[in-house]
Design a protein around this ligand. Structure first.
Ligand code: K1U
Ligand code: ZN
Length: 172
C-alpha cells in the first residue's frame, strides 16, 4: 500500500494551474490507485493530484457512506460544463487540516471528464458529490476553499491557521 504525502497550505504546488493529462499509461493507473488509498486512509471524500505534489489534472472522489458500497470516481481532465442552483455547506480540506468553513457552490453540476483509458464521460452530480467535484476541480486550478471566503473571514482564517500550525508542530 503506497500512501502519498499530503501537501499543506501554503505549499506553492497548491496555487499552480495543473497540466492536462495526455498519457493514459500504467504510471497514471498507479497514481490514481495510490491517490485513492491515500484518500481512504486520511480519511477524506476527495483528493486532487496537486495535494500530493503532482501538478496534473487528476482527482479521485468517493462520497459513499460507510454503510454503502465504495463508489470511486477517477476524474481525468475534468471540466464543469453545466451548473444549476446554489448550495452553502461546510467544507474541509486535507491540505488545510482542522479548519472548516461554509462555501457557496452550485447545487448540481454536469462534469465531463476522461477515464483511465482516455474515454470521455459525462456525469450529473448533486449533493455532497457536486460539492466535492467543485472543490477538487478548484484544486486543479490552484484554488483552495479558503479562497472563496470574504476578506474578513480570510483574515480570521489566516490568524486561526497560525494557531493550527503551532498546535500541529507541538504534536510532532
Ligand atoms: O480535497 C480535499 O481536501 C478533500 C476534502 C474534500 C471535501 C470535503 C468537504 C467538502 C468538499 C470537499 C475532504 O475529504 S476533507 C475530509 C472530509 O470531508 C471527510 C472525512 C471523513 C468522512 C467524511 C468527510
Ligand atoms: Zn481540498
Amino acid at each position: 500500500m503506497a500512501l502519498l504525502k499530503i501537501h499543506h497550505y501554503p505549499d506553492p504546488v497548491l496555487k499552480k494551474m495543473a497540466a492536462p493529462i495526455t498519457d493514459f499509461d500504467e504510471a497514471l493507473r498507479q497514481l490514481a490507485h495510490d491517490m485513492a488509498e491515500t484518500m481512504y486512509a486520511a480519511p477524506g471524500i476527495g483528493l486532487a493530484a496537486p495535494q500530493v505534489g503532482i501538478s496534473k489534472r487528476l482527482t479521485v472522489i468517493d462520497c459513499s457512506s460507510r454503510e454503502e458500497e465504495a463508489s470511486l470516481l477517477v476524474l481525468i481532465n475534468p471540466e464543469i460544463v453545466e451548473r444549476e442552483g446554489e448550495s452553502y455547506e461546510e467544507e474541509g480540506c486535507l491540505s488545510v487540516p482542522e479548519y472548516y468553513a461554509k462555501v457557496s457552490r452550485s447545487a448540481v453540476v454536469k462534469v465531463r471528464f476522461q477515464g483511465l483509458g482516455g474515454e470521455t464521460h459525462l456525469i450529473e452530480a448533486q449533493g455532497l458529490t457536486a460539492i466535492a467535484c467543485q472543490h477538487e476541480i478548484d484544486h486543479l486550478d490552484g484554488i483552495l476553499f479558503v479562497d472563496h471566503l470574504s476578506p474578513l473571514k480570510r483574515s480570521i482564517f489566516r490568524k486561526k491557521w497560525k494557531k493550527i500550525q503551532e498546535h500541529m508542530t507541538e504534536q510532532m
